[in-house]
Design a protein around this ligand. Structure first.
Ligand SMILES: [Zn+2]
Length: 272
């Protein structure tokens, strides 16, 4: 269910929708695909820049050269989205707008926004789960939703405790399913048209993982390592850490729901 694309051009703003351009940062990697998408949204008072990306002088310089910047907004405070924000603020004088506390990574925006906040044509939609401070932004009247890392077109998102919260993430996915957006512009990966089938698939994927965990625990007490081994047989070793954190995220959700209990830091059993 993932979309792929050839490596995009760097340091150029590519039009993807009327009044919306994309610039892909030079930070490709196993968690970032070709790199972080920086989005440039035209407003009467200048550009709204969504997610400046990493602190790369050439990338930040290319954003600043794309037009007067009216404001900088953050989908969340993970470094691949926010590290370049201070340099862009220094280059443009624009203030940084992001979710109020708590912050996933300790980065404090200049202006704390709340659910429903209006920033130019953008409306903020709090979508915790991937990060506690995650916000999506709806572009009024267009069907466009900037989804950050909550929904990515190229991959399922990482939900890593303690800041990542599986229950909140699934609730935030259901929130998107209740909306009528027609085009998701994600933090990584190409634009995603007709997004609802993918969101439904992501929810089903997580529900399937949860069922697998419950099925293993139905056979007896198990550790996070044992559960991960049972569910991700044959996984490449460099992905094992992320898989364990995902299993832990599911266990914490099930524990909060009173469906499993924790015997020690990493050992769980069904509650019954
Ligand atoms: Zn992130």
């Amino acid at each position: 269910m993932a979309l792929t694309e050839p490596e995009p051009a760097r340091l150029v703003a590519i039009a993807v929708h009327p009044g919306v351009r994309r610039m892909v940062a030079p930070n490709p990697g196993p968690m970032t695909y070709h790199g972080t998408n920086t989005w440039l949204v035209d407003e009467p008072d200048g550009l709204t820049v969504i997610d400046p990306g990493p602190d790369d002088p050439a990338h930040i310089g290319a954003i600043a050269a794309s037009g007067p910047v009216a404001r900088i907004v953050l989908t969340h405070t993970h470094p691949d989205h926010v590290a370049g924000a201070p340099a862009l603020r220094a280059a443009t004088g624009a203030a940084i707008h992001g979710w109020g506390a708590p912050w996933a990574e300790g980065f404090v925006p200049d202006v704390a926004i709340e659910d429903g906040a209006q920033l130019g044509r953008l409306t903020a939609l709090h979508t915790p789960g991937h990060a506690s401070d995650h916000v999506c932004f709806a572009l009024g009247g267009t069907g466009v939703l900037f989804t950050g890392d909550h929904v990515m077109s190229w991959s399922t998102t990482v939900v890593s405790p303690p800041d990542g919260d599986m229950g909140a993430y699934m609730t935030s996915l259901r929130l998107l399913l209740g909306r009528e957006d027609t085009l998701y512009l994600c933090g990584h990966g190409p634009p995603l048209p007709d997004p609802r089938p993918m969101v439904r698939g992501m929810l089903a994927h997580r529900a399937g993982r949860e069922s697998s965990i419950l099925a293993v625990l139905a056979r007896g007490t198990a550790s996070v390592d044992e559960l991960t081994a049972a569910m991700y047989a044959g996984l490449e070793s460099h992905l094992l850490g992320a898989a364990k954190r995902t299993v832990m995220a599911h266990l914490e959700k099930l524990e909060r729901e009173g469906r499993v209990e924790r015997l020690d830091d990493t050992t769980f059993r069904l509650r019954g």
